[in-house]
Design a protein around this ligand. Structure first.
Ligand code: LLP
Length: 428
């Protein structure tokens, strides 16, 4: 911080605002790469092979995917678009895992064509579709099956239910159907079946949730082995590790969660007398959330009966999370970093929607028009869930590192937004 102005990686956010306009997503590249290398280092075991997949739905662009490749992690993609981004970034396709509950035939063909390493099969109909696609393409593919262990963890609590109506995966109570799906897959020479995948939720604070997930999955694996002679070599436990949004959050330290997962896997693998060789996890949020912030320019202010509103030049179009999940964030006035926080205000966006409130009860110094407001921890599910609502262009994304800044995604212009509009006659 110099002259009361926030600097990120030695770069003044005031200068970034002038150079790139606001709103602006700013990523501290060193924070991203620290997380990538921490996961890589910490998720190691002497019992298992391990693999960490970055869940690119949290934030996907070529610059991000390049960092993931550089730091030796693998990649989880969930659509043709994320897959295309990975391909364009030159990501090694063998290390790509393709997820999703409704992959189209074209997307599956695209994955086979690109030489994607592994497809995570979600349901019985997809299983049949994959077999058809593999037979047509003649390509080989590894597969995992998404199962639903009935452990659901969303925030501070987790619950175990006997049966869960999730749209993802197949419940582990449906062993016969699961065995039939695996049989369908393994009856094709080009398809290798590795094992099970599950993902129990997001922004998880309780490491016991992972313990419960592993116990359930290992017990299920044992049952499938005994009852159906189905042996697996790998388990993918999904992501969900929490990030720190406000001081009320206490994420599980990475070291702790990695250790708990691998230790529990080791114990359960021995207890159930299994021969699992490889354990995978796929964090998204915990890699990028805290590295990203959004910078806004303050416009007008307004005092109502009970509230003082501060309006900013973005809103739910660049961060839908407060409106969608009542997510909470911390903020500062980036050009008044040393001033006392004397006001309690509501930060509202400029979208035509009463719910377009970014932060309630924010404590700030006295705010003036043209001040810069920074909201922290917007690096995950911010840009990736942004929209053009009210025809607001998506903001630019910059990466800053060691005193240098680079634009990795340009601001969407009015022209960009109209680019796809046309008046083409369809011959029907
Ligand atoms: N693996 C699978 C199969 C997933 O479905 C997800 C997230 C992840 C990994 C990564 O989870 P993470 O480590 O990022 O929690 N839009 C919501 C979050 C949706 C998460 C969907 N799946 C939000 O903004 O909070």
């Amino acid at each position: 911080m110099k002259d009361n102005v926030l600097h990120i990686q030695g770069v003044s956010v005031e200068q970034l605002a002038t150079a790139c306009q606001t709103p602006l997503y700013i990523y501290d590249e060193n924070k991203i790469t620290e997380k990538l290398s921490r996961f890589h280092e910490l998720f190691q075991s002497d019992t298992f092979k391990t693999e960490v997949l970055y869940a690119s739905k949290a934030f996907s662009c070529k610059a991000m995917v390049e960092l993931v490749a550089q730091y030796g992690l693998s990649l989880d993609v969930v659509s043709g678009g994320e897959l295309y981004t990975a391909k364009q970034a030159g990501f090694p396709m063998e290390r790509v895992y393709f997820h999703g509950n409704n992959k189209s035939y074209d997307e599956i063909m695209m994955a086979l064509d690109y030489g994607v390493g592994t497809i995570i099969v979600d349901n019985a109909m997809e299983c049949d579709m994959l077999v058809k696609a593999v037979k047509r393409s003649g390509r080989s593919i590894k597969t995992m099956l998404r199962v639903n262990p009935g452990v659901e963890a969303h925030t501070h609590k987790y619950i175990v239910t006997a049966h869960l109506d999730s749209k993802f995966g197949i419940s582990i109570t449906k062993k016969k159907e699961i065995a039939a799906m695996i049989h369908t897959l393994t009856s094709v020479a080009e398809i290798t079946f590795l094992g099970y995948h599950s993902h129990i939720g997001s922004q998880i604070f309780d490491k016991q949730a992972y313990v419960a997930e592993i116990e359930k999955l290992m017990q299920f694996t044992k049952e499938m082995q005994t009852e159906y002679d189905i042996h697996i070599s790998a388990l993918n436990l999904g992501g969900g590790f929490a990030a720190l949004y406000t001081n009320a959050d206490h994420p599980i330290p990475l070291q702790d969660v990695c250790h708990t997962i691998l230790d529990t896997c080791k114990k359960e693998n021995a207890k159930q007398q299994l021969n699992i060789e490889k354990i995978m996890i796929e964090p998204g949020r915990s890699i990028v959330a805290e590295a990203g912030s959004t910078l806004y320019r303050v416009g007008y202010q307004k005092q109502t009966e009970h509230k003082k509103y501060i309006f900013v030049d973005g809103g739910m179009s660049d961060n839908i999370r407060p409106a969608l999940y009542q997510a909470e964030y911390a903020c500062d006035i980036a050009n008044r970093m040393q001033e006392d926080k004397t006001e309690t205000v509501t930060i509202a966006g400029k979208c035509c929607e009463s719910g377009d409130i970014l932060i309630e009860n924010a404590k700030l110094p006295k705010v003036s028009q043209n001040d810069l407001l920074i909201i922290y921890t917007t690096g995950a599910y911010g840009y990736s869930m942004a929209s053009n609502y009210n025809k607001l262009g998506r903001p630019a994304v910059v990466f800053v590192k060691d005193g240098h800044a680079r634009v990795v995604i340009k601001k969407e212009s009015y022209e960009n937004m109209l680019d796809l509009e046309c008046n083409e006659v369809i011959n029907v």
